[in-house]
Design a protein around this ligand. Sequence first.
Ligand code: FAD
Length: 400
Amino acid sequence: TKARVVVVGGGTGGAIAARYVKALDPAIDVTIVEANPEYTSCYMSNWVLAEMRDLDSLTHGYDNVKARGINVVIDTATRIDTEGQKVLTAGGKSLPYDRLIVSPGIDFQWGAIEGYDEAASQVLPHAWKAGPQTLLLRDQVAAMPENGLVTIVAPPNPFRCPPGPYERAALIANFCTRHKPNAKIVIYDAKDAFSKQGLFQAGWERHYPGMIEWVGGFETGGGIRRVDPAAKTLHTDFDDFEADVINVIPPQTAGRIAVDSGLTDDSGWCPVDYRDLQSTLAQNVHVIGDAMVSSALPKSGYIAASTAKVAALAVVDHINGREPGAPAYFNTCYSLLTPEHSISVSGVYEAGQTDDGQQTILPVGDSVAVSPADADDLYQGREARYAASWYDNLIDQGFG
Ligand code: FAD
């Protein structure tokens, strides 16, 4: 009988993993279980806020995936039976597997900020899963007064897309320079520092002087404890803040299916062996993308793609009785300051050991770097164009 590989989640990681398994060994029967009939990428969803893209251009169906001989089941996985090696779905299906690849992305810790539950997100959008939430945030900014106040509540580490909240601030500011010139954007951050901080802060001051304020270290300063959606108010232990638009990006965990199926540890994320991305908690299960335990690898689309390829190679090797080779992981991530100015971070990583012998992820040499602080307009303009082709290439790997 044919070996069966099931992939839970047909997002960036899942779609790419399925494609590579099928390409590496066409004899394997590959099935994706995906909750939604179309995938809307989170990456570039901030571009929608600056009127650079519409959501349709970020939305991709599964016709090309199916044309490659991959089965696509549009259904919600409700449980992974790791003993019986099958995936159970809301639609009543039971999908047996020899190897499973799990790429469900993230879920939110509803209630971690008091009052911020799923219902509250209909008033105070997170827009951290792209789709209707992105449009809600865009429309709220468009509808606020000309001197409106936008607040972004940035989450503690680890979370999906470390530079994302700060790119979002820049691109909302970009919209405001055209339509709400006296607007202000304040970021209340649970952290003391953030990704590409120096480059972002210099970019904000240059392009939007005085418009964006970052209030960091909020965890130690009391933090946003509670939200009141009806009054559009944020509460700390010491103070209350009102705003016209409140974008709450809540604390996160691995996608719920991973939590419910016993694939997460106390951190809320899925521990894996970094040599082949097998779960350390279940046999014949590989976890990729954002759901993995956080390490030096950021929770980015590019890392989802890179881990997808590592897992696909390892799965095909295991099925064919071969020992997987030693992998490397690659990240490249662009953040726009304006439509014509971008900064980036990139890096190469490998599995290694800490001083006390624990398995970990280590950067290779000094490969992890951000774009130069003194980059001129030509350089940053090129990076903005690379960002657009980066998008096309990444989408093509899974959905092309
Ligand atoms: P996802 O792409 O989210 O895919 C998960 C899929 O699993 C979804 O399709 C979901 O419907 C499905 N699913 C979940 N649970 C189930 C279930 N039980 N049953 C069936 N299906 C299920 N990354 C970059 O590299 N560059 C960027 O510029 C960038 N910008 C970003 C900007 C924003 C605003 C945000 C929010 C994120 C950004 N990211 C960026 C991060 C990137 O979107 C994620 O890291 C990436 O999507 C992770 O891929 P994934 O496969 O782990 O999860």
